[in-house]
Design a binder for this molecule. Structure first.
Ligand code: 6PG
Length: 505
């Protein structure tokens, strides 16, 4: 069997991407160090294709895989980020990969590793990356893809990636979905676009995940407000999320949150959410986004708050101890009418906070692009996030439109549509946060979003006092509002004769 593509790594994502490729007519040779995974995918192919010809062929070594794929080869990797990527690359070199073969890393690699790998392997093969979002179902039926690297390699793999990507109706921005094996969606706009030179695709995926962290945390905070302050049961909150999912908050994350809240625990017949330990895991992409935001100097406090919220959740034992000692207010008892009003306000609060989280993510990409010389197309990035990925939502259509209307938009908040939305809903946002605060309910991401909004729209921040402090203790100098910014000033603070406001003490 002469295969079009070699696939290495048949974990959940790899196996599903392989089946997705097969659905689009590609013959795939695949390999995994765990032979049982190779056997499983070959069996699954036999099961799904019925009497048709085999689409997937299993290999038991790197050499066999290279022998089965037509040259110049296209080899896709789906292995854990970090050392495993380099291990596989080295095995491919040892097995005789050619200089014009393309090796595509689809894992959640750190973007700087991708930059280094392109350089490291340039005489051995063409190293290319395609970050993938969408989890198991996305990989199987259409993920969102963020390819980056050598532009020549992109021309070779573009048809493959556009075929397997999620598709949207270009007019409405709504996903065109088929969850039937062997019957993929063939029309619509693919959620795959060339992002830029190597590193750029993984950077954009990293920010996608940072936004994902913020989006998830914001939903969790509204859940907690309803649960603790409004004393609502998980199933009631699921109902609210389902209602919100019909409106401007429509998104995959809202939809799955409702599903999680409706789930009963098969063992105890309690709501499952009540038996899940409140300690969040993380694999690193949110942390990388936060670190990058700090390094680039891009304010992304809602994203970083979401990362810190996961860290704080992990201090379970300490929190349990603290809950017995540290006092807060009691949540006031509300009438049904007040509860309903509070729920409606929370919807607007979540929406305004979400706008800020996305504004931060896009602002971060924009500052990073300037720093690294990438020509990121934000409208296109928003478009490929409309379907397939974890943060998919109708909302992304409005973001795409904002950048289409003004491709050098400095911040999403400055787009007339989003500016107007926040103007319209901000009172509810402020009231929700005030009420949560008075009831002692934490909402760190939501509060940080509001502070971001208020800081961004404030012409004069107290950084003037801060510069005064810095100059006082460290002679760090300051600029003046009435002199060119290039000029630095210092005051002799220890001079007893310096002019001071006369204050009676
Ligand atoms: C996606 C997801 C995916 C993965 C995250 C989870 O876009 O498909 O983001 O990449 O599920 O890495 O991240 P945490 O384990 O850090 O929550």
């Amino acid at each position: 069997l002469d295969c079009n593509i070699g696939f290495i790594g048949l974990g959940v994502m790899g196996a599903n991407l392989t089946l997705n490729l097969a659905d689009h007519g590609y013959r795939v040779a695949c390999f995994d160090l765990d032979q049982s995974k190779v056997d499983a995918i070959v069996a699954k192919d036999a099961d799904e294709r019925g009497d048709a010809e085999a689409r997937i062929t299993g290999c038991s070594s790197y050499t066999e895989l290279l022998n089965k794929v037509k040259s110049p080869r296209l080899i896709i990797l789906s292995v854990p980020a970090g050392d495993p990527v380099d291990n596989v690359c080295q095995h491919l070199i040892d097995a005789g990969v050619h200089a014009d073969d393309i090796v595509v890393d689809t894992g959640n690699s750190l973007w700087t590793d991708s930059v280094a790998r392109e350089e490291k392997y340039k005489s051995k093969f063409i190293f290319f990356t395609t970050a993938v979002s969408g989890g198991e179902v996305g990989a199987r039926f259409g993920p969102s893809l963020m390819p980056s690297g050598n532009p020549y390699a992109w021309t070779r793999i573009e048809p493959v990636l556009k075929a397997i990507a999620a598709k949207v109706d270009p007019e409405t921005g709504k996903p065109l979905e088929s969850l039937i094996p062997g019957k993929p969606v063939l029309d619509g706009e693919p959620c795959a676009t060339y992002i830029g030179p190597n590193g750029a695709g993984h950077y954009v995926k990293m920010v996608h995940n940072g936004i994902e962290y913020a989006d998830m945390q914001l939903i969790c905070e509204t859940y907690q407000a309803m649960r603790t302050a409004l004393h609502m049961a998980p199933a009631e909150i699921a109902e609210v999320f389902r209602r919100w999912n019909e409106g401007k908050l429509n998104s995959y994350l809202i939809e799955i949150s409702a599903e999680v809240l409706e789930q009963m625990d098969p063992e105890t017949s309690q709501p499952l959410v009540d038996v899940i330990l409140d300690q969040a895991g993380q694999k690193g992409t949110g942390l990388w986004t936060a670190v990058s935001a700090l390094q680039v100097g891009s304010p992304a406090q809602t994203i970083t708050s979401a990362v810190f919220a996961r860290s704080l959740s992990s201090l379970k034992d300490e929190r349990v101890q603290a809950s017995k000692i540290l006092k807060g207010p009691n949540a006031p008892v509300l009438s049904d009418e007040q509860k309903l009003a509070a729920v409606n306000k929370l919807e607007q609060a979540l929406y305004c906070s979400k706008i800020c989280a996305y504004a931060q993510g896009f602002q971060l990409m924009s500052l990073a692009a300037k720093e690294h010389g990438w020509d990121l197309q934000f409208g296109d990035i928003a478009k490929i996030w409309r379907a397939g990925c974890i943060i998919r939502a109708e909302f992304l259509q409005s973001i795409a439109r904002a950048y289409e209307n003004n491709e050098s938009l400095p911040n999403l908040l400055m787009d007339p549509f989003f500016a107007d939305q926040i103007t319209q809903y901000q009172l509810d946002w402020r009231e929700s946060i005030s009420q949560a605060s008075l009831a002692g309910i934490p909402c760190p991401a939501m509060m940080s979003a509001l502070s971001y909004y208020d800081s961004y729209r404030t012409a004069v921040l107290p950084a003037n006092l801060l510069q005064g402090q810095r100059d006082y203790f460290g002679a760090h100098t300051y600029q003046r509002v009435d002199k060119p910014a290039s000029k630095r000033f210092h005051l002799e603070w220890s001079d007893p004769a310096r002019p001071q406001v006369a204050i009676k003490r």
